[in-house]
Ligand binder design. Structure first.
Ligand code: ADE
Length: 247
């Protein structure tokens, strides 16, 4: 079974609308929906926001369902000038930018694991990249032109790169400078991926993640982020999953 987690209810709802034979299990204030999505057995869950919410949800998902992979989807803020709103970032290495136990351990290192970066599954991230490319090739037919213009989206690109997670909505230059100067491979920031990556590493479950850029982690982030989430993001992830499962 494929576990699909998102930090956005809208994305889970869009997937649920295409899922057949659904059954719902409720635990720890989360709804886990099992069913068949584009011919695949899946379990869908809205994780809520932040590292604790997503780590507990991932643990429940792994313990209660027989997962052969876990995929996380959601939006993220870009911290790289080449990565724009509407682009897709497929995670390569995930890091927790607010982990700091220095001088006990190095800054960003996860205590007792001797790890700073959690790598995603190489084959699955390539498959996600192909599925995303297929969507991008046809994006004009799949998302509203009016909304694309408002958010300045034209010819979105796909990046495979590093993602930083922390319990912060990043919108100020100081936050961005801290992350980019200490972790210079990071393309975008969000609040869950590296926590879920750690849980998957500890339970030995193949993990992959794709994030759609909703904002540029700046002053405009609080305007761009909700607009992108409500108007565009759900459609992106639905189409990427369709291609991922059917191609
Ligand atoms: N998710 C989407 N945009 C974000 C941002 N700017 N900071 C943290 N998480 C995000």
């Amino acid at each position: 079974m494929v576990g699909i987690m998102s930090a956005m209810q809208e994305e889970i709802q869009a997937l649920l609308n295409h899922t057949e034979n659904t059954k719902t299990y409720t635990k720890g204030k989360r709804n886990y929906y099992t069913g068949t999505l584009f011919d695949k057995e899946v379990v869908l869950v809205f994780s809520r926001w932040g590292k604790v919410a997503s780590a507990t949800t991932a643990t429940q998902l792994i313990n209660d369902f027989n997962l052969n992979e876990l995929i996380f989807t959601g939006v993220a803020g870009s911290v790289n000038s080449d990565v724009n709103i509407g682009d897709i970032v497929i995670g390569k290495n995930l890091v927790q930018h607010d982990m700091d136990t220095f001088p006990l351990y190095e800054t960003f290192e996860i205590p007792l694991l001797q790890k700073t970066f959690f790598e995603t599954h190489p084959f699955k991230r390539e498959q996600l990249s192909k599925a995303s490319q297929e969507f991008i090739n046809n994006y004009k037919q799949l998302i509203s032109e009016k909304e694309a213009i408002k958010l300045n989206i034209h010819n979105p690109s796909i990046f495979i790169g590093d993602i930083a997670s922390g319990d912060q909505f990043v919108s100020k230059p100081d936050q961005v400078n801290f992350i980019t100067s200490n972790l210079n491979s990071v393309l975008c920031v969000e609040m869950e991926g590296a926590a879920v990556a750690q849980v998957c590493y500890e339970y030995d479950v193949p993990f992959s993640i794709f994030r759609i850029i909703s904002d540029k982690a700046n002053d405009n982030a609080l305007v761009d982020f909700p607009r992108f989430v409500s108007k565009i993001a759900s459609n992106y992830s639905l189409q990427v999953f369709k291609n991922y499962f059917l191609l």
